[in-house]
Design a protein around this ligand. Structure first.
Ligand SMILES: Cc1cc2nc3c(=O)[nH]c(=O)nc-3n(C[C@H](O)[C@H](O)[C@H](O)COP(=O)(O)OP(=O)(O)OC[C@H]3O[C@@H](n4cnc5c(N)ncnc54)[C@H](O)[C@@H]3O)c2cc1C
Ligand code: HEM
Length: 371
């Protein structure tokens, strides 16, 4: 399989922007009309999610490191969409038809054969993971909101109860669907380690114009129902390294790190943990009181709040990467960071500049930016 040729043909297709998903979905919906029911009613803002992910994953098939775990997660995740195994060939055929159309004369039988082989490899990993998962648990979990608190007009914490156990690792996320936004799924990280009573906490920040975050912050009440997909994600705690831990949380990026801190608290001999919790203004430190309560019972845990846009703030001031740069050398630490894209990128950059090895840096990028 010629991976470079796959990537070049992907780039030639991607140049055509919105026309690509339009072609792909019309091809798919004519080929297998019943698949149309799986997608959101209004696909305006959604169009390129599947088709671009699909093409990118397939074109990167030559670098299997990390891809297999991601594809297994994706395959399990796809159960909740109703993406059954028999739809995969149709999606593959539509992908190839789309590539053929936009590659024009550059599309050759050899290239078509490479794409077909790459797609089949990727699809098989997803199908196998979904089949294995079907023997273990439901395609999605029904959750009922049992507590909901607006901590600021645009930041909420809430607790749900599920009826069937969901095995997950602290730091992982689930995709969530609200009845007001049918078939639109977004990921949210559990803010607690698994509990026997099957309750889970979430922290959500409202994104301007955001389809799902608006509902989860301001549209939920006790008794609201949500659906949740299989847990995914690799921002999970690696115990036993002998190193101390730095947790860097931007806004609701705190959620997975709070779950990890809780997991560490169960260890008989926990490492020292420093939790940097940052926001633009002090009222963005929406969970500080809880964190301080937690730290009061855990001598190994230090919580450092930091604020970037409020000169009157009595604690650390500056962006999180600036605060961490001046508050220590982190080379001997395992670092876990999560939050908005720019914050996560700046943190990785700063840690790398400070000489922290890549293998000690673990991140979850929430994919949005601060206003
Ligand atoms: C693994 C993972 C875990 C996550 N966990 C959490 C969590 O615990 N808490 C939490 O609050 N969020 C979390 N997120 C983010 C969450 O999944 C949603 O992306 C977020 O809530 C916005 O969804 P939405 O439907 O409201 O907005 P959308 O409808 O998806 O987007 C709203 C608007 O924002 C724009 N937009 C989208 N991405 C960006 C961007 N990067 N920069 C600027 N504008 C953008 C869109 O174009 C659109 O106009 C997580 C994301 C991932 C990938
Ligand atoms: C190799 C095959 C496939 C890959 C790599 C793939 C990849 C993806 C990715 C990355 C997403 C976005 C997930 C998210 O943002 O939450 C997605 C969404 C989705 N996929 Fe797939 N997918 C594949 C096959 C299929 C098949 C066979 C179906 C069934 C027809 C399907 C139906 C959907 C639906 C309904 C969504 C959600 C709507 C959307 O976000 O656009 N997928 N897929």
């Amino acid at each position: 399989m010629d991976v470079q040729r796959l990537q070049e043909s992907f780039a030639r297709m991607a140049m055509h922007g919105d026309a690509v998903p339009l072609f792909f979905y019309s091809d798919l919906f004519l080929r297998r009309p019943e698949t149309q029911d799986l997608f959101p009613v209004s696909m305006a803002a959604q169009r390129d999610r599947l088709v671009h992910a699909l093409a990118r994953v397939v074109s990167e098939v030559g670098h299997p490191d990390g891809l297999t775990g991601y594809l297994q997660d994706l395959g399990r995740e796809h159960r909740k969409f109703g993406a059954i195994a028999e739809y995969y060939p149709a999606v593959g055929a539509s992908l190839l038809a789309t590539l053929a159309h936009f590659n024009g004369p550059s599309w050759t039988p050899d290239l078509a054969a490479d794409w077909k082989a790459a797609y089949e490899l990727v699809a098989q990993i997803m199908i196998d993971a979904a089949a294995e998962d079907a023997g273990r648990g439901p395609a999605c979990w029904e959750a009922t909101v049992i507590a909901h608190e607006l901590r600021r007009f645009d930041i909420a914490t809430f607790r749900v109860a599920i009826t069937e156990p969901m095995p997950y690792l602290p730091g992982q996320s689930v995709s969530v669907e609200a009845p007001e936004r049918p078939r639109i799924w977004r990921f949210y990280s559990m803010a607690n380690a698994p509990r026997d009573d099957l309750t889970m906490d979430f922290h959500v920040r409202m994104i301007d114009g955001g389809a799902v975050s608006i509902v989860l912050t301001r549209g939920l009440a006790v008794g609201s129902r949500l659906k949740m997909g299989a847990p995914v994600g690799s921002l999970t705690y690696q115990p036993g390294t002998g190193r101390d831990v730095l947790l860097v949380a931007g806004s609701t990026g705190l959620a997975p790190l709070k779950a990890i801190a809780e997991q560490i608290s169960w260890q008989p001999d926990p490492p020292r943990v420093q939790l940097l919790f940052g926001a633009r203004t002090a009222d963005g430190l929406y969970d500080l009181a809880d964190l301080e309560k937690m730290a009061a019972g855990c001598p190994w845990l230090t919580v450092v709040p930091a604020v970037s846009d409020d000169p009157g703030f009595p604690g650390e001031r500056g962006m999180l990467h600036e605060v961490l740069a001046r508050s220590g050398s982190w080379r001997e630490h395992d670092v876990y960071a999560s939050g908005p894209t720019a914050m996560v990128e700046a943190t990785i950059h700063q840690l790398t500049a400070l000489g922290v090895p890549q293998a000690q840096i673990h991140v979850e990028d929430f994919g949005w930016s601060e206003p």
